[in-house]
Every structure is written in C-alpha cells, then in structure tokens.
Design a protein around this ligand. Structure first.
Ligand SMILES: Cc1cc2nc3c(=O)[nH]c(=O)nc-3n(C[C@H](O)[C@H](O)[C@H](O)COP(=O)(O)OP(=O)(O)OC[C@H]3O[C@@H](n4cnc5c(N)ncnc54)[C@H](O)[C@@H]3O)c2cc1C
Length: 349
C-alpha cells in the first residue's frame, strides 16, 4: 500500500542522521533547486544523506512505501531526473569525501562529489581523474553515463577509469562491483546511467598531469567550412595528446582577443588542449590554428585546475536551459552544411 509523505517522514526519522526537509522548512527551497531552472519540481521530502547507512534507510523506505523517488548527486541532469514532483529525493550532496592514494595512483570518492571536489584533491598529488569540463557538475551522474572531457582522447571516458563501485541496491543491501565481483553490475554501471542502485563510493584510477597547453582562436564565417573539413582530416591522424573542440557561435560584442570585425559575427571558436610535452605539440597546434584570425589567437600553459574551471561561469545555476545533442560517427559534407545552416539561424550570443 502507498504511504503518505508524512508517514514516510516519520518512519525515516528514526535513526536517519542527515536532514529531512519538507516544504516549509527554511532550507527546503535551496535544497530542492537543481541546476536547470526549467525544472521546478517540488518533492514532498528531501533526505540529505550523510553516510551509506542513511542511503540504505532512504532506499528501504522508498522501496517499502513505493513512493516516487529520485536520486541526486550534483543536480545537473538537464532533464531534471534528480528531482520529482511530490515524491522523495535522496540527496547525496553532503557526501563529498575524496581519498587519494598517490603511490598507487588510485582515489576513492563518495557518491555526492562534484568534479571540482575530485580535481582539487587529486591535484594536490599532481594526479587527475579524467572527467567533464565544468567543475560544478556532479561526478556520479557524469560517470554513470560515461563521462567525456578534455582528457577523453588520451585517457578514455570517466567510466573507463572506474575500478570498483560500492552500491546500495533497491532492497537496501550494500554490494561491491568490480571486475571479479558482480561483474555484470560493474559493466552496467560504466555507461548504463542510473537506476542500477545508488553508488555510495567509486574507486578510480588516476594519471599524472598538472598543466596543459591551451590555445583558443576564432575563425571568421567565410573560412568555417574549410576549418571543419580540415578538422576532419587532421584529427583522424592527430596524436591522442591533442583535443580540439569547435563551437559555432556568434562572437560577443567585445572582450579580450575578439577582433572588432568579428564582434557580433558568426564564428567558429576553437579550443585546443595539448597534454604532452609543449615542444612536441607546437607543430600540431600551429597547423590547427592556421585558419583562425591571428589577432584572436591566445596560447598559454595553464594549470589543470584552471582548465577544469574556465568554463564554469558560462553555465550558471538556475537559468532556464534547453539543449539537444547527438553523436556522429563521422563528419560528412551534408552534416557540415547543416551545421553552417544552424549557425546562420542563431539569434544572439
Ligand atoms: C553545465 C554542465 C556541464 C556538463 N559537462 C559535461 C561534460 O563535460 N562531460 C559529460 O560527459 N557530461 C557533461 N554534462 C552532462 C552531465 O554529465 C549529466 O547531466 C550528469 O547526469 C550530471 O551528473 P549529476 O550527478 O550532476 O546529475 P544529477 O542530476 O544529480 O543525477 C543525474 C542522474 O544520475 C543519477 N544519479 C546521481 N547520483 C547517483 C548515484 N550516486 N548513484 C546512482 N545514480 C545516481 C540520478 O538519479 C539521475 O538519474 C554536463 C552537464 C551540465 C549541466
């Protein structure tokens, strides 16, 4: 039988160490907000877990009561999967502990970590866990869906670097999943998304890296088609140390390194990251920016933490976001034509 939210609150209160927030509680409004302001759901109860026993208690209560339930790490699901209307949110945002074993190049971190919490801890030892490009993104949602970022070409997806997970299953049990124990779950968790249970802790591989060469530049509209064709040929053979992202956009009305003639004009904005020896990368970077406006080019060596946080301000919390995305197996002429068509219809910067 379905229980009311008050019954669920009362049964969960026994022994739960974190906060249980209901509408009306002074902390409720902040706690219910997720990154995408377009998703304004009002859960009946937010269970802010402090440890794995709290997660187990919340999961068991959800299971017994059959209440609509959502799990939240960083709250960055664009579709708002980490909230629900009237139901229970199991919130892991107080579980952000990271432990680094520098000698073994391994880390363990809790299921509520943001990417920034992991980067800050691992960089103290000059090590990295390959993840996404915005530091306030939740690690759990990102890893469980695969996880791409600046280091993907060189080090694989985030989920490729997961050695083991500690999971709370739907019946509230704790299981370990790795290549020897519960291998099927371990396989599913690395890219299969949520819904296999709640990951309380990840164990991951780390890699040595503390600085990269970063080059940014703008290509004016008449050369964008040639740039995309060049990118396709060039990246097919480029070393894995090179990552080259291109955004088609309208250049802002002003700012550092934006030549006056490109302001408010359609451009291709390139960001290139070279993770290897800077001297060895020089040749590739020079070739790659050959179609950029020379005045717009900015090349420098930056710390890994700078790289990981430089886009944070572009994606503030609470705006009403709507996005669509797709994967291409290759970039053919028709796709390039469509991309250029799309660029022509962007209304603003
Ligand atoms: C600004 C921004 C930048 C992004 N950049 C990148 C990027 O560079 N690379 C990339 O690959 N993706 C990127 N993404 C996409 C991002 O990886 C997904 O939106 C991801 O789901 C966010 O994770 P989260 O923990 O914040 O999400 P949440 O909204 O908290 O959760 C998302 C889903 O994961 C489930 N979940 C959360 N925690 C757990 C857990 N511990 N155990 C089991 N299930 C759980 C939830 O139930 C929900 O279904 C970005 C998204 C945003 C908004």
């Amino acid at each position: 039988m379905r229980e009311g939210i008050n019954d669920i609150y009362c049964s969960l209160r026994e022994g739960f160490k974190g906060d249980l927030l209901r509408p009306g509680n002074p902390s409720y409004e902040d706690a219910r907000a997720i990154w995408n302001g377009m998703v304004a759901k009002r859960p009946g109860l937010i269970a802010c877990c402090t440890d794995v026993a709290d997660i187990q208690a919340a999961v068991r209560t959800a299971f017994d009561s059959k209440i609509l339930t959502a799990v939240r790490c960083g709250g960055h699901s664009l579709a708002g999967f980490s909230s629900c209307e009237g139901g229970l949110v199991i919130d892991l945002s107080r579980m952000r502990e990271v432990t680094v074993n520098a000698d073994a190049r391994r880390a363990t971190f809790a299921g509520g970590c943001l990417l920034g919490s992991i980067d800050t801890a691992t960089q103290k030892a000059g090590l990295v866990f390959p993840s996404g490009v915005v530091s306030h993104t939740g690690a759990s949602g990102l890893i469980l869906g695969g996880g791409t970022g600046w280091l993907t070409r060189r080090l694989g997806l985030s989920c490729d670097n997961v050695e083991a997970c500690t999971l709370v299953t739907a019946n509230g049990c704790i299981v370990r999943c790795d290549s020897r124990e519960n291998e099927d779950l371990y396989w599913g968790l690395r890219g299969g998304g949520g819904n296999f249970g709640i990951v309380a802790e990840f164990e991951v591989k780390l890699h040595a890296l503390s600085a990269v060469t970063l080059v940014e530049g703008l290509t004016p509209e008449p050369h964008i088609q040639r740039l995309l064709e060049f990118w396709k040929e060039f990246m097919a053979d480029a070393p894995l140390d090179l990552k080259w992202n291109i955004d088609l956009r309208i250049a802002p009305p002003g700012g550092q390194k934006i030549p006056r003639e490109l302001c408010r004009r359609p451009v291709a904005s390139s960001s290139l990251v070279w993770t290897g020896d800077p001297e060895a990368g020089r040749r590739y970077l020079r070739q790659a920016i050959s179609l950029c406006n020379p005045e717009s080019v900015n090349q420098r060596v930056v710390s890994f933490l700078h790289l990981q946080t430089m886009a944070d301000f572009c994606f503030p919390h609470g705006r009403r976001y709507y996005t669509k995305s797709g994967y291409f197996t290759h970039l053919d002429d028709d796709t390039i034509g469509r991309l250029l068509e799309g660029l022509g219809s962007i209304p603003s910067w």
